[in-house]
Every structure is written in C-alpha cells, then in structure tokens.
Unconditional design. Structure first.
Length: 143
C-alpha cells in the first residue's frame, strides 16, 4: 500500500510542477523568445559603424544579420545558461568597410561559444566559455 501511495504522490507532484510552470508567469518560459537585439560591443570592441549585427530569438531559433551576411541557428537556455549552435549563414563577400569580414567571423565564433547570459533593463550580456563578453541592446518592434 505504501508503494502505491508513494507512486501516486510522485505523479501528483510532477503534475503540479507542470501545471505551475504553465500558470506562473516566467516559470519554465523562454525569456528570450520573441525578442530582438543589436550588438553594441564584443570583447571590448565596438562594431564597425553602419554594419549592425542583430539577434532575433524565436522559441528555439536565432537569426539576424552578422554585419555583412544573414545567419541562423538554434539555441537553448536553462536558467542563465545559453547554448547557441548549428550556426549557418549566407556567403556574401563584403569589402566595405575594411575589416567587416573579420568582424563577422569573430562575432559568429563568439556566439557559438556562448555559455551564459543576463538581462538588465534593455541590455543583454552574453558570456562565452572563454570569458569574452558580447553586449546587446534590445530593439523594440523589430522581428
């Protein structure tokens, strides 16, 4: 009898946890889904003027402009941990301004090494596994 009671109690606890995550705002939700961001700095560098790098987060997908090309990939979050992977992008060559292709490669490499993130106000900080930091400003009304 105790065995069945314990099993029933375990099932009820799991059910209550599942229900609470769907009712309590923010519990079990993806706080990045539906948000758009513009890169303002990476590894203590400012992006080249006129070549914005953006990040648009859908439920499990990330996409945007990587300065010259468009990119896409997937991401997962768990708490403040973030993993961005399966990155792909178009392959246009941009020559102006000088250094744009190197900037793009650096940013994409840093994104693929993302390990944690935090959001304060309209700023998001992504930290890589090697300690590099990308800082984004939220864009409102941009998809």
């Amino acid at each position: 009898m105790k065995k069945y009671l314990l099993s029933t109690l375990t099932i009820l606890i799991c059910l209550l946890f599942t229900i609470s995550c769907s009712i309590i705002p923010g519990a079990g939700s993806n706080q990045l889904s539906g948000t758009s961001w513009k890169l303002v700095s990476f590894s203590d560098n400012k992006p080249l003027p006129g070549k914005d790098m953006t990040a648009v987060f859908d439920s499990e997908e990330i996409r945007g402009s990587s300065s010259c090309n468009s990119y896409f990939g997937s991401y997962r979050i768990k708490g403040n941990q973030i993993s961005i992977g399966n990155l792909g992008w178009t392959e246009m060559a941009c020559m102006d301004p000088e250094g744009i292709m190197e900037q793009e490669q650096t940013i994409m490499k840093l994104l693929s090494e993302s390990s944690s993130f935090s959001i304060q106000g309209d700023k998001m900080q992504i930290t890589t596994s090697s300690g590099d930091i990308l800082i984004f400003q939220q864009l409102i009304g941009i998809d």
